[in-house]
Design a protein around this ligand. Structure first.
Ligand SMILES: [Zn+2]
Length: 297
């Protein structure tokens, strides 16, 4: 009995340390609507001409116009954003928009002052080997949990923003690794307090696109997935709203995620008698232990 409990405790501890495993195609973006987070100096997303009505003949018709800044919600920064000679959104080759994904997880240490440092990348490489050329790199600050609380997410204090970001030295290290793109779960690649936007400049100068306001699960694995990056094809865009999702690949290892396990137990598809059987089984085991004095003999 005690050894069984010990094994269970060890397994539980191991599960806490091992990143999750992607069990399905996973959406890494937030949907866009009229309350989507945006920079104060850019336009918010707004519908300008909403039609949703039954026509006199009883047939339904719906259509919207919309107006929006490029750099709001989950979006991509084209290199041209900070690099006069860089790609605009419509110039980015398709082969740069799909590739091997990796994730550097910093959420356990993240406060608003956290910055990705070269040491964090060293740690990732000690566990997984050198970042493959052409990777699309996610930095998971765990900041997405605040996404719907705009004040907390932007960290606005006395007119200054406060949220985590990428240091200039880490940006340069990723350029040296020849990555294709980088994405964060905050409003900017640079930390909120930045005024010189060094990470933006270093990465975009190297034609590496940025992705901001991503929705990265807390349990995101360090590798084992490909990323599909689909900005709206704005020909002259300095940025564009973005659809992005992760697809498990052959390196997909690790334990099922807490969310996947939750799906198994409380999924809408689970019939009522499955839960009843679990309760009855638990009662039976309890009674057996009581009758046998907590001995299996
Ligand atoms: Zn942007």
């Amino acid at each position: 009995m005690w050894s069984l409990m010990a094994v269970t405790l060890v397994l539980a501890a191991a599960e806490a340390l091992v990143p999750g495993r992607l069990d399905k195609i996973t959406d890494l973006g937030w949907s866009i609507h009229e309350d989507t987070v945006h920079w104060p100096n850019n336009k918010a997303f707004v519908y300008t001409n909403k039609i949703a009505e039954e026509k006199p003949d009883g047939k339904w018709y719906a259509s919207n116009d919309y107006c929006s800044g490029e750099h709001l919600g989950t979006h991509l920064d084209a290199p041209y954003h900070f690099n006069k000679f860089g790609w605009k959104v419509g110039d980015i080759p398709l082969e740069k928009l799909i590739g091997k994904g990796i994730c550097v997880n910093l959420q356990e240490s993240s406060g608003a002052g956290t910055t990705l440092q070269p040491g964090h990348i060293d740690n990732w490489e000690r566990r997984n080997g050198k970042i493959p050329k052409g990777s699309i790199v996610l930095i998971n600050f765990g900041w997405g949990a605040r996404h719907y609380e705009h004040e907390s997410y932007m960290g606005l204090v006395n007119g200054t923003l406060h949220f985590p970001g990428v240091s200039a030295s880490a940006a340069q290290m990723l350029v040296d690794r020849h990555i294709t793109g980088i994405g964060v779960d905050t409003a900017s690649i640079d930390p909120g307090t930045s005024t010189d936007f060094k990470a933006h400049r270093i990465l975009l100068q190297a034609n590496i696109y940025n992705m901001e306001n991503l929705k990265i699960p807390l349990w995101m694995p360090e590798k084992g997935f490909n990323l599909v990056v689909m900005p709206i094809n704005l020909r002259d865009g300095t940025g564009a709203p973005l659809r992005i999702f992760a697809v498990p690949n052959s390196e997909n290892v690790g334990l099922p995620t807490p969310e996947a396990l939750k799906d198994v137990v409380v999924s809408d598809c689970t019939p009522w008698y499955a839960h009843t059987w679990l309760v009855l089984l638990s009662l039976l085991v309890t009674v057996m232990y009581a009758v046998h004095g907590f001995s299996i003999y």
